[in-house]
Design a protein around this ligand. Structure first.
Ligand SMILES: NC(=O)C1=CN([C@@H]2O[C@H](COP(=O)(O)OP(=O)(O)OC[C@H]3O[C@@H](n4cnc5c(N)ncnc54)[C@H](O)[C@@H]3O)[C@@H](O)[C@H]2O)C=CC1
Ligand SMILES: O=C(O)[C@@H]1CCC=N1
Length: 278
């Protein structure tokens, strides 16, 4: 462990917002030394929070954090990525760091071009449960990324949950739509179930407790029991019982088709983010 700790690359997060915070929190909780993590974040309150909560070093400007770091994690919004990259070109060309972007939509080719070219770029799509070490990340590496750099990127994201390497970058927009955005769909379901429970007479506290543990229990079964979702669902659904009444209502309302349309819309938005910010 000491040996590997001595080889821990210094990581600079460019952008210290929601997702960077989830990743940094997960990394520090999993034993990544705080002094190997720097953050560039223009908002002083966010810098102070990251410094206080995780002991990481924060700077106002991207170049100050990126200077001397082995890995740059670009964690700014897609809409500002090009402008943020432009400020980093001289440093990127002088130091040739491994660039890891977590931005939705933005491609490795765009990033490589915006940073001056000839760079290893890994596109990663994590999600916010990373904060609890319960994330999952899809990863794609451009051709200039060495095996050792792929391993570095994998170790960075694997600290906050499993990783899935993707061969075809075009499908990273589908990864984004399914797992990057996915926690929000579960939170929407939780909101709707809680409100419906209250509408049926439960207190808000009781509805919240029942929904929270039900989602946790069901998700744990999905992960721990080697059975597909439809089999687990069938086991809850007694013929002529309460679940059947609910499932028939979902199906009649076009639930599957609605989920399909929602995920297609998110996938499409990823492509638009790439084109609109080029
Ligand atoms: N929130 C999520 O669940 C996920 C977000 N992402 C991606 O992560 C990226 C960041 O998203 P969020 O954290 O949600 O957004 P956010 O708005 O919370 O964080 C972005 C941060 O970048 C900072 N920033 C702006 N200009 C900067 C500059 N020049 N230098 C350094 N920092 C600068 C902003 O002040 C802000 O705090 C986006 O590209 C998004 O697509 C990826 C996976 C999941
Ligand atoms: O909503 C977004 O665009 C980002 C990417 C995945 C989750 N949040």
């Amino acid at each position: 462990m000491n040996d590997s700790a001595s080889r821990t690359p210094t990581v600079a997060f460019i952008g210290g917002g929601n997702m960077a915070r989830s990743l940094i929190g997960g990394l520090v909780a999993r034993g990544r030394p705080a002094d190997a993590i720097r953050v560039a974040e223009p908002v002083a309150a966010l810098r102070d929070g990251l410094q206080q909560d995780f002991g990481v070093t924060c700077a106002e400007h991207a170049t100050a954090a990126a200077e001397g770091a082995d890995v740059w994690v670009l964690a700014v919004k897609p809409q500002v990525m090009r402008e943020v990259s432009a400020a980093l070109v001289p440093l990127a060309q002088a130091r040739r760091p491994l660039v890891v972007s977590i931005a939705a939509g933005i491609t490795t080719a765009q990033l490589e071009r915006w940073l001056g070219g000839d760079l290893p770029v890994v596109r990663a799509m994590p999600n916010t449960p990373a904060l609890l070490g319960a994330g999952i990340t899809g990863l794609f590496a451009n051709a200039r990324t060495s095996d050792a750099q792929r391993a570095d990127a994998d170790a960075l994201l694997d600290a906050v949950g499993p990783t899935v390497w993707i061969d075809d970058e075009a499908t990273m927009d589908a990864v984004t739509a399914v797992s990057g955005s996915g926690p929000a769909y579960v939170f929407l379901l939780a909101e709707a179930m809680q409100a419906a429970g209250v509408a049926q007479g439960l207190s808000p506290d009781a509805a919240r407790a029942l929904v929270q543990q039900t989602l946790l229990g069901a998700a744990t079964m999905l992960v721990k029991q080697a059975e597909p979702a439809d089999v687990l669902r069938a086991r809850v659904t007694s013929p002529g019982g309460t679940t059947q009444a609910a499932i028939e209502t979902f199906e009649a309302g076009g639930f599957r088709e609605l989920v399909g349309r929602a995920i297609a819309a998110a996938t499409q938005r990823g492509r638009q983010l790439s084109a609109a910010n080029d």
